[in-house]
Write a protein that binds this ligand. Structure first.
Ligand code: FE2
Length: 360
């Protein structure tokens, strides 16, 4: 598999990973050969890159940390949950939130992550403008639970509750006007002020209108608080922000930075991680940040990178030991000529060679 920019996607190429809509329904399966019409549609949807099958890259696997089935079931559950909460209206005393459905899907996320041992996030969760909200909530949950599993001090019940809290962290947006939530472009100050209310609204929905545990509701309230007290809605600082919220804040910001939005292109994982590190101790709890970044491959498999030797290479595999030193396969000479017999370099062993940049 290879990650390529949509600009270089040509008709006839086979997709490496499936494409889903905002309801978690399959639009294009892995292996489907894309037509010019599909490519146009992908561009309209806001994709800027896709995984494709490519000769010479057959053995490069992009493995998600949870199954596609679990991920899409979670997307469809969150999509339905938003629909039913929205349907209840902001003034109703109770909302129709199916708690057992959300907890069922949270269990599956935890089971997938706990069952597969030492894992690193080695793929880019590509999203479109339409499916962003729900896929984002699911990825925040996956990244938060992945971190929590690797931290190792949470019980399975706590992991399930953390997964639920992260899935529901933006549920308050169901009661924010849809034209603000789905605005294609940056929000103006008034719109942003209304958007910020999704924290308190979410807390109210979860705690009082659907009888969720207070800790789960508190993540909806606190996930935009910053470690130095400069966040919202209550300008809480340090340990006053619950640990679950400190972890979800990292996952929330990281996934949003590395996702395509209508007003910005996604950042590669390496740059997203560097951005998080700039906020160490100010926006983010330094310990939580260290724990979070160690779960993410800065150079995910199937990405093309430029080496300090001037050669280009594709990332073959990552390990949890040295996350920034993957196994790479050299494809071109420093002059850009294709190498007839590509060879591999294990950057974890060849310490004098570094990665200069990521190309897609
Ligand atoms: Fe939020």
């Amino acid at each position: 598999m290879k990650l390529i920019s949509l600009d270089s996607l040509e008709p006839g190429k086979q997709l490496g990973r499936p494409i889903y809509n905002e309801k978690g329904t399959l639009l294009l399966g892995a292996g489907v050969a894309v037509s010019a019409r599909y490519i146009r549609r992908l561009r309209e949807m806001g994709y800027t890159s896709v995984y494709v099958h490519e000769k010479g890259y057959e053995d490069i696997e992009v493995t998600d940390v949870i199954s596609d089935k679990t991920r899409m079931e979670a997307v469809s559950t969150i999509s339905e949950t938003f629909d039913s909460v929205r349907g209840s209206g902001p003034r109703s005393e109770k909302v129709a939130l199916d708690r057992s459905k959300v907890s069922g899907v949270a269990d599956k996320i935890v089971d997938d992550l706990v069952g597969s041992g030492d894992q690193i996030m080695d793929l880019i969760d590509l999203k479109s403008f339409d499916n962003y909200t729900f896929m984002h909530s699911v990825n925040v949950s996956v990244l938060t639970v992945l971190t929590a599993v690797n931290v190792g001090k949470f019980t399975s019940l706590e992991l399930r509750d953390i997964a639920m809290a992260a899935l529901l962290l933006d549920i308050g947006k169901a009661h924010i006007p849809i034209e603000i939530v789905q605005k294609k472009g940056r929000l103006n100050p008034d719109e942003f002020a209304r958007m910020k209310k999704h924290t308190a609204i979410g807390y109210e929905i979860l705690l009082h209108k659907s009888s969720m545990k207070p800790l789960i509701a508190s993540v909806a309230l606190q996930h935009h608080e910053y470690y130095n007290g400069s966040g919202y809605p209550n300008a809480l600082a340090g340990d006053k922000i619950h640990a679950w919220s400190r972890y979800t804040a990292l996952a929330d910001v990281y996934d949003s930075l590395t996702s395509d939005r209508s007003y910005k292109r996604r950042l590669p994982p390496l740059v997203g991680l560097e951005y998080l590190k700039l906020g160490q101790g100010t926006h983010f709890d330094p310990t939580c940040l260290d724990q979070f970044v160690s779960n993410i491959a800065p150079y995910p498999a199937a990405s093309t990178v430029l080496l300090s030797t001037g050669e280009t290479a594709v990332v073959v595999a990552n390990s949890t030991q040295k996350t920034d030193r993957p196994l790479v396969r050299v494809l071109t000479t420093p002059e850009g000529k294709e190498i007839e017999k590509p060879y591999e370099i294990d950057l974890a062993k060849e310490m004098e060679i570094t990665i200069q940049s990521v190309q897609v």
